[in-house]
Design a protein. Structure first.
Length: 135
């Protein structure tokens, strides 16, 4: 389950930046054991300038974050969502700058574990396991 998350934060504690206004994203690694480790900051050129969105800039930021499973931001516009989706990066809008980064990441880890368990159970059902007499 090891993966990375990119967080739009100004203060390093809260998810408090709009994706398009972020000059950097803090990257967190989630280990297979569920441990969270900060890997540092990735500087980017903010793709939003005074309400104008540069398509090439959105794509450049999305490409820079392509090794992350999720981006967490206060808000993410439609164009940015589409650019991130092209790189298979999930978008989680947290809103209002009140969410504490580590709490949000913990909730995402729990969600991913539940989702993984459901997928495993569904795959077993489709495969016909357990079969009669093998329980």
């Amino acid at each position: 389950m090891a993966y990375r998350l990119a967080v739009a934060t100004h203060d390093g504690v809260h998810i408090d930046r709009h994706f398009g206004h972020s000059e950097a994203f803090v990257i967190y690694a989630v280990g297979a054991d569920g441990r969270i480790r900060c890997e540092g900051r990735r500087e980017v050129m903010p793709p939003c300038g005074h309400g104008v969105h540069e398509t090439a800039a959105l794509e450049a930021v999305a490409a820079r974050l392509a090794d992350c499973r999720y981006v967490l931001a206060e808000a993410v516009g439609r164009g940015a969502q589409q650019a991130l989706a092209r790189h298979h990066v999930g978008v989680l809008e947290i809103g209002a700058g009140e969410a504490v980064i580590e709490t949000a990441i913990g909730e995402i880890i729990d969600y991913d574990r539940r989702r993984s368990r459901v997928r495993t159970q569904r795959a077993a059902q489709l495969a016909g396991w357990p079969r009669a007499g093998e329980e």
